[in-house]
Write a protein that binds this ligand. Sequence first.
Ligand SMILES: Nc1ncnc2c1ncn2[C@@H]1O[C@H](COP(=O)(O)OP(=O)(O)OP(=O)(O)O)[C@@H](O)[C@H]1O
Ligand SMILES: [Mg+2]
Length: 252
Amino acid sequence: MPIASAHPSQKPAASLEPSGSACGIPLQLQQVTKSYRSGRFCLDNVNFQLQAGAFALLTGPSGAGKSTLLKLFYGAEHPDRGQVLVQGQYINRLRGRALAYLRRQVGVIFQDYKLLERRTVAENVGFVLAARGLAWSEIQRRVPAALSLVGLADRGNCFPDALSGGEQQRVSIARAIVGQPRILLADEPTGNLDRQNALQVLKILQQLNKKGLTVLMTTHDPHLVEIAQAPVWQIQAGRLDPVTPAQPEAAQ
Ligand SMILES: Nc1ncnc2c1ncn2[C@@H]1O[C@H](COP(=O)(O)OP(=O)(O)OP(=O)(O)O)[C@@H](O)[C@H]1O
Ligand SMILES: [Mg+2]
């Protein structure tokens, strides 16, 4: 079975019941159309699915709808038509606690980090756990572990403005994973970083993927696409299509 598949002309799943088991197909779009009031069409009758444990990249021109697609998966936007499934559940049908519970399974990383400037690194990472009501002792256990995973074990007491851009982005990765999600959505996580830091962030995301997280990452960077060696999907003019890797030239 392919790691991911998408084609607007594909037949949708026959029934309206979830076609992916909770762990089999963590991210799925069924005939999704999404536009904005501005008249901008982002997705036009798109089908897509990503298998558990996949690492996939999403590219496309600026304004094509990459961030919008991720927003559909973390519930910040709703489709005009069609269904968005996360962990096999129709996210737009969930409310209250059920929605909150599903969202916990999705970690999100943003290009601009979105760190709280007046909180330390450890507080930024632990904030979400405190908001969920986890015991202080559990927060004290999880935060250093998450910071260690991104190579920032010794920076917990710093404030964000004392960190480089690459370090701030790694804090935001720690924040995204500290809640132990199954899915990681990364929206241009390397967009503000130099090459070296971008590679480091890619490596961390790949390591997290090896630990079992399903990762969907948007990027503009062709170099990153090349070295990531991951399936690539392109959004353009409302379509979402797999990008066929270039065939290696025949040996001379
Ligand atoms: N809340 C909104 N209201 C109206 N239009 C929006 C909204 N959010 C996005 N758009 C429009 O939808 C289109 C897709 O936006 P989106 O941010 O998803 O693109 P993108 O592919 O992520 O672009 P970029 O590479 O620049 O980040 C753009 O034309 C944008 O202006
Ligand atoms: Mg974007």
